[in-house]
Design a protein around this ligand. Structure first.
Ligand code: SAM
Length: 283
């Protein structure tokens, strides 16, 4: 499908994550020019609009009405209306609504253009001091304890820097689970309230960060990005893998043996699972 000349453009516009000064000239221009600004919360966005004298009308799109309202918005785009999508903070779609709208627009050959700017994830990574050449954005961990622990187990041998978002009411639970599952000594960073008055960056092993946050109620307030150093890969040769798996397989099933061997060596669980199956077959 090709874009029909009468289609409007859907602009995906990044807005500040705290400090209202963190918005690009182009973002302000686009927000002033478009026919409609799609927002998450109109009261929240009103502050930004007031500050920059943006008077374009707003349309509310949140997670629970996104699918049905995206259809209406795509109809408007097809009539030639230009739309800008913003979220309460940072880059839309990054742990924020917009996925359905963007996909539906793409399906209808409507141009989708980014107006780049802040995201808490990249801002946090840039000051963390952790390896930034390869990283893994994990967004929010599951809210339920068992699901959160399962997700962390899956990530324990990930060698890239891990980035998580967290809310104040779950920061302690998540830090406790991270410390147990990734180990107390794993280097980590938590950034809090970036670009705001109480901006804080703590860089320490997980157990130390947990201790600081547990002792100081102020460190439990605000918005957080947690970053964790990836697992260290030890260079474990095939002979050592076979020996380790052999010992573990004497005492436990293949899946558990692969999982434990993966934690010890940093080698991917799937790879060790395949190796363990081969060894089992060879017995
Ligand atoms: N779309 C946003 C972005 O690009 O970063 C993220 C939206 S998500 C709903 C909100 C989460 O982002 C917060 O719970 C927190 O984890 C993180 N966050 C947003 N602003 C932040 C800030 N100023 N400092 C630290 N973390 C922040």
């Amino acid at each position: 499908m090709t874009n029909s000349a009468q289609n409007g453009t859907l602009y995906i516009v990044a807005t500040p994550i705290g400090n209202l000064g963190d918005i690009t000239y182009r973002a302000v221009e686009i927000l002033r020019q478009v026919d409609l600004i799609v927002v998450e919360d109109s009261r929240h966005s009103a502050k930004l609009f007031q500050h920059y004298n943006i008077t374009s009308p707003a349309y509310v799109l949140h997670d629970h009405n996104e699918k049905e309202n995206s259809i209406k918005l795509v109809e408007k785009l097809q009539q030639g209306v230009d739309l800008a999508l913003i979220s309460d903070a940072g880059t839309p779609l990054i742990s924020d609504p917009g996925y359905w709208l963007v996909n539906l627009a793409i399906q209808h050959s409507i141009p989708v253009a980014p107006i780049p700017g802040p995201s808490a994830s990249i801002s946090a990574l840039s000051v963390s001091g952790l390896p930034s050449d390869r990283f893994c954005f994990e967004g929010f961990l599951p809210a339920k304890t068992q699901a959160r622990k399962n997700r962390l187990q899956e990530l324990a041998s990930e060698t890239r820097t891990l980035i998580f978002y967290e809310a104040p009411h779950r920061i302690l639970d998540s830090l406790r689970d991270l410390t147990v599952i990734f180990g107390p000594g794993r280097p980590a960073v938590i950034t809090r309230e970036l670009t705001k008055t109480y901006e804080t960056v703590l860089r320490a092993p997980l157990a130390e960060i947990l201790d600081i946050v547990e002792r100081d109620a102020n460190q439990q307030k605000g918005e957080f990005v947690i970053l964790v150093h990836g697992a260290e890969t030890r260079l474990v040769g095939d002979e050592e893998q076979v020996r380790l798996l052999g010992i573990l397989l004497e005492a436990m099933p293949v899946k558990t043996a692969a999982s434990i061997a993966s934690k010890i060596t940093g080698i991917k669980k799937n790879q060790l699972y395949e190796r363990a199956l081969e060894l089992k077959g060879a017995r």
